[in-house]
Design a protein. Structure first.
Length: 374
């Protein structure tokens, strides 16, 4: 009886203090992703195998359920405890990321996954990203270091280590995303703009050198060239099909199951989910999804304005910026603004690693935006 009362008290305290509007947006985005997972993956399997197979949908559902548990656990913790365990999890996730070149699973000429017992074919970088944001924020807000440039250097070295591990896979899309997250955090921490510009130029030169002279990164150069040359490249053909499907869907779409993109492009339910949705449900559906993302981002930034503690501000801005940029890259690839990167759409795309990552980010955001107990 006492145990039941204790559990009820924890749940009551959590519900009383949590930002219910942000929680509602998170759950709504997950439900939207589940719905589109049903129509874009289960129907695809049924067509190919001529059977009513909903394996993908139930996998997506199980990961969303696990994600909601993660959100509850992270958001119900005390703030100090969350910060404390984040550093430990970050170190563990770096170990997993370091193991990818050794025991990683290779898919489509990229070695980005490892097989875990509970999470088969898990992508370690998805676990690294949320806790990298916290680690960098803690370094930049640490008052023990009086020299701000030491903080910048230390945070850069950690980011560079993660980036080198990603480059070895290779995964340039995630590498750029990691560096962008670092840039956002040091920018809002009050860095000299000239220092930031010089850092970005150095990174640009390093990227150019890598894709030009290192054989392992030649595929990136070919993707960029095919992006500008519409007549060549497999990935370019996929992008052309994606944008054609958006155009053919019009304002209100062709209807559930009537789209053809999910049958003609590999991994359409992950990398091109926004095009699949637009083809079957129209541009109106995409506008509504984007509106929900914008409302979510606005709600978090509104909380940032009320926050006085620097480290909390940095973590919240870093987390929401990561979600925003990843969504922008995904949509940009689908409408041919960017070359193909293999970036998922947060909350919506199918994929266990992506769902776990966005659940961790959501749990952190909900923890740091809940009402403070005096």
């Amino acid at each position: 009886m006492e145990k039941n009362r204790s559990i009820f008290k924890v749940y009551y305290e959590w519900w009383k203090n949590i930002d219910k509007f942000i929680l509602f947006l998170v759950i709504s985005l997950f439900l939207i992703g589940l719905f589109f997972s049903l129509v874009s993956t289960s129907l695809l399997v049924s067509d190919k195998l001529d059977t009513n197979d909903y394996t993908f949908f139930f996998k997506h559902l199980s990961f969303v359920f696990l994600g909601i548990i993660i959100i509850f656990i992270l958001s119900s913790m005390r703030e100090e405890k969350l910060i404390k365990i984040s550093t430990k999890i970050f170190i563990i996730s770096l170990i997993f990321l370091s193991l990818v070149p050794i025991i990683g699973v290779e898919v489509n000429s990229a070695q980005r996954w490892i097989d875990l017992y509970l999470l088969p074919r898990f992508q370690p970088i998805e676990l690294v990203k949320p806790f990298l944001i916290i680690s960098i924020s803690l370094i930049l807000s640490n008052e023990k270091f009086s020299n701000i440039y030491i903080k910048y250097l230390l945070s850069f070295l950690i980011t560079l280590f993660v980036a080198l591990l990603l480059a070895a896979q290779p995964d340039i899309g995630q590498t750029l995303l990691v560096f962008f997250s670092w840039s956002v955090l040091i920018f809002i921490s009050g860095i000299n703009i000239i220092f930031l510009i010089i850092s970005c130029l150095i990174l640009f030169v390093a990227l150019y050198y890598s894709i030009t002279f290192i054989p392992k990164f030649i595929y990136i150069k070919s993707r960029i060239l095919s992006f500008f040359n519409t007549e060549t490249g497999t990935h370019n053909a996929q992008s052309e099909k994606a944008i054609d499907s958006i155009s053919s869907g019009g304002y209100f779409g062709k209807g559930i199951g009537e789209g053809t993109l999910k049958n003609s492009v590999p991994e359409a339910h992950t990398d091109y989910i926004i095009s699949v949705i637009s083809e079957e449900f129209g541009v109106i559906a995409i506008i509504l999804i984007l509106l929900m993302f914008l409302i979510f981002i606005y709600a978090v930034f509104k909380k940032v304005n009320l926050e006085k503690e620097e480290r909390i501000k940095l973590i919240l801005v870093g987390c929401i910026s990561l979600i925003l940029v990843q969504a922008m890259i995904h949509i940009g690839v689908n409408i041919r603004l960017f070359p193909t990167t293999g970036m998922t759409l947060p909350f919506i795309s199918y994929g266990g690693s992506s769902i776990i990552s966005i659940s961790i980010l959501s749990g952190i955001i909900l923890n740091l935006t809940k009402r403070k107990i005096n």
